[in-house]
Design a protein. Structure first.
Length: 318
């Protein structure tokens, strides 16, 4: 009897072991199948992602290649003439634009604003640079006013001058010859040497118009370029002059006007009253100009062009 019980017990244990082994085998097979399926799905997803990335990279490369091809295809010449105050901007634009479009040549002459507008209307240049708004008669003759930047006019004295600021009325009084000595303005007993630009200068035109003193100035010296004014004022005790904001350096003292410093920020805020437009005039609308001239104006409106304008100390025109 005992022997039968033992035999039955052994048989039961064997059956249980077989059942457990069978269950373990099934679980392992299912686990293996799940692992294989997950691996296949992951590999498929990675392949899709890699393909998408490759396609995007190919599209970017294609776009870049198309842009480079377009840049390389543009060719021709652009001639500019006009404002000496715009020399720094014009040279920077010419250099940058030619680097972007190797097939294009840009030349610039600095003959004064009025001369530049006359040249563009005569057809001798593509663009007439003017550091003032165009006159009604110039517009009537076909000149189109394309404002590309805003510039401030800084009033400067020799660096040793003890007067650091003027009111608008005091500035008018100096340039009309009513105030002749710095001692009248709280400075040293020294004669005021009034320096300005030549007739036809855009800077002079804007300066006198903004102060309302056209044809009423009493100049001791009338010079034909911004650089000449800077040099004369820097080297002459008691001198005062006006120059484009972007050419300021430590050789002269820039005066505050009505308590406001001549800075781009103050000009943007409208608190500094001596500011004027930088105009690239064309004979007819921009859309009527050559392909390369149109491309130049497109460049000036681009983010790259705006950064260039700001880099030479000017304010981007809206």
């Amino acid at each position: 009897m005992k022997k039968n019980k033992v035999t039955k017990l052994i048989a039961a244990i064997g059956v249980t072991a077989l059942m457990l082994g069978s269950l373990t085998g099934c679980g392992a097979e299912k686990a293996a199948e799940t692992t294989e399926t997950t691996t296949e799905e992951t590999a498929t997803e990675e392949t899709v992602e890699d393909t998408a990335t490759t396609e995007e990279a190919a599209e970017d490369t294609t776009e870049e290649a198309a842009e480079e091809t377009a840049d390389a295809d543009l060719s021709g010449t652009i001639s500019m003439a006009g404002s000496t105050s715009m020399e720094k901007l014009a040279n920077a634009v010419a250099e940058s634009f030619m680097a972007k479009y190797p097939g294009v040549t840009v030349t610039a002459e600095f003959t004064g604003s009025s001369a530049g507008i006359e040249s563009v209307l005569a057809g001798s240049v593509d663009i007439g640079n003017s550091s003032r708004n165009l006159k009604d008669e110039e517009k009537a003759s076909g000149a189109v006013e394309n404002i590309v930047a805003i510039d401030g006019i800084a009033v400067v004295t020799d660096a040793a001058n003890t007067v650091t600021g003027l009111t608008k009325d005091q500035l008018i009084s100096i340039y009309t010859g009513e105030t002749k000595n710095w001692s009248e303005l709280g400075g040293e007993d020294m004669a005021i040497v009034v320096v300005g630009r030549e007739a036809g200068s855009g800077t002079r035109g804007a300066f006198e118009e903004l102060l309302g003193i056209e044809d009423a100035c009493a100049y001791a010296n009338e010079l034909d370029s911004t650089g000449a004014v800077m040099a004369k004022v820097a080297s002459t005790p008691g001198a005062i002059g006006y120059v484009s904001l972007d050419v300021l350096d430590d050789s002269v003292l820039a005066l505050s006007l009505d308590g406001v410093e001549p800075t781009a920020e103050n000009i943007k805020a409208g608190s500094y009253f001596l500011s004027r437009p930088f105009v690239m005039a064309t004979n007819g609308e921009i859309s009527e100009q050559s392909e390369v001239v149109q491309a130049l104006f497109d460049y000036l409106k681009s983010d790259e062009g705006k950064e260039l304008i700001a880099s030479v100390g000017l304010i981007v025109a809206d």
